[in-house]
Design a binder for this molecule. Structure first.
Ligand SMILES: Cc1cc2nc3c(=O)[nH]c(=O)nc-3n(C[C@H](O)[C@H](O)[C@H](O)COP(=O)(O)OP(=O)(O)OC[C@H]3O[C@@H](n4cnc5c(N)ncnc54)[C@H](O)[C@@H]3O)c2cc1C
Length: 376
């Protein structure tokens, strides 16, 4: 079938695939260009969590409303264990799913694979092994992160451990970030997420591994190491030169902890809607996403200041109350938080470069010091 107008999308991550599915369902022809041989290539079969706390609406409902079927692993987690230095682990439990477990990567069962199948079955054309850096005319750009504001390093493995979700807040293991262990039916992901000291990622990985081995009976088989990074920024406009930017390519990420999938998929939907209704994408995302992005920036600003004492206090609160409700309160704007916004923005801008970098002609994403300095 020939179509007069085809919507071109660059990148085949969750943001782009959601946009493609929604556009195709509304009768538009869609062509997706993906530089890798398949979807999910930058991920490694690791478990990730789609957060279910930033909105009253359950994220399963949200996906249904925007027209996404659940044809991938999608497992609600209502409880977990949280560790902080010098305190006993705290068991937390919620009345609603705190997050939904998904698997990411290029294999059946992953979120990426499921979205690809939905897009293909609707007639979306996906062209793999096709990197596009310049394209004339209108297009949607969902090319993922371009710089590192957070770095994750971890392993996937087979295990005899029971299903569980464990989070560790400890700057000795994950500076200003967190470490996690997710186990589902004999398969597991363990990782540390750093917001500082990226060049020491391997050291922190070893510390995290030792921590989990010491605290619980971890058996590890078929261990595969992986790494990745996340990018966060807020710009006033996400439409430039007839291109509409979505997902992490637009900086749509949870600045506090990197739970970017919800933002990515929602932005893909919003972009599709702006094409279908011929409405202003910038107005739509500013209304739907900006308050949450700004709040997550303020949350990061506060989190970087509270230290181990703050982590312990936070975890005690999670243990006494309902973690999903507590997180919802903190992930939504408030008068007090808005007062802190200018400070948080200033702080964020100042950490864009890693001034400890000393190599010339650096172009690496880890420190973003441009061509002036780098990474040994
Ligand atoms: C280790 C790790 C753990 C994470 N854990 C979580 C979690 O638990 N919860 C959560 O919500 N989020 C998590 N995230 C973040 C989440 O994975 C991202 O926010 C999300 O994948 C972003 O989706 P996207 O579609 O914007 O971009 P991506 O998923 O990055 O997709 C972009 C696609 O564009 C392609 N591409 C790039 N440039 C070009 C080009 N020039 N031409 C053609 N194709 C191109 C890439 O190959 C890629 O397939 C994690 C990220 C990492 C790295």
């Amino acid at each position: 079938m020939m179509y007069k107008n085809t919507v071109n999308i660059i990148g085949a991550g969750p943001a782009s695939l959601v946009a493609a599915i929604v556009l195709r369902k509304h009768g538009l022809a869609v062509k997706v260009f993906e530089m890798s041989p398949d979807v999910g290539y930058r991920l490694s079969g690791d478990f990730q969590g789609v957060e279910n706390w930033s909105s009253e609406r359950d994220v399963t409902e949200l996906l249904g409303e925007i027209g996404i079927r659940i044809n991938f692993l999608w497992m609600p987690y209502y409880e977990g264990t949280v560790y902080a230095p010098e305190m006993k682990p705290v068991e937390v439990k919620s009345g609603r799913p705190i997050f939904y477990l998904v698997r990411r990567g290029s294999m059946p069962g992953t979120l990426d694979w499921g979205l690809k199948e939905q897009a293909l079955s609707l007639g979306v054309e996906i062209i793999f092994n096709h990197r596009l850096d310049n394209l004339e005319g209108k297009a949607i750009v969902g090319t993922g992160p371009k710089g590192a504001d957070a770095v994750a390093v971890g392993i996937t493995f087979n295990t005899k451990m029971q299903d569980k979700a464990v989070v560790v807040l400890d700057d000795n293991i994950a500076p200003k970030g967190y470490a996690y262990l997710l186990v589902k039916q004999g398969y597991a992901t363990m990782a540390t997420v750093l917001y500082r000291e990226f060049k020491k990622a391997d050291d922190y990985f070893e510390k995290m591994l030792n921590f989990f081995k010491e605290k619980m009976d971890v058996d590890i088989k078929n261990r595969k190491k992986f790494g990745g990074y996340g990018n966060f920024f807020i710009r006033d406009k996400q439409t430039r030169n007839e291109k509409i930017y979505i997902g992490e390519a637009a900086g749509f990420q949870d600045c506090l902890w990197g739970f970017g999938m919800r933002y990515s998929m929602l932005s893909g939907y919003i972009a599709a809607k702006s094409f279908i209704e011929d409405s202003d994408y910038d107005v739509l995302w500013q209304r739907e996403l900006r308050p949450m992005l700004e709040t997550s920036l303020i949350n990061r600003y506060l989190f970087e200041r509270i230290g181990h004492t703050g982590y312990r206090y936070m975890i005690k609160c999670f243990g006494k109350g309902d973690p999903a409700k507590i997180l919802k309160k903190h992930y939504n704007p408030s008068f007090l938080k808005n007062i802190l916004l200018p400070l948080a923005k200033r702080r964020y801008e100042s950490r864009v470069q890693d001034l400890s970098c000393s190599r010339e002609d650096c172009t690496c994403v880890w420190c973003r010091c441009g061509t002036k300095k780098v990474c040994p």
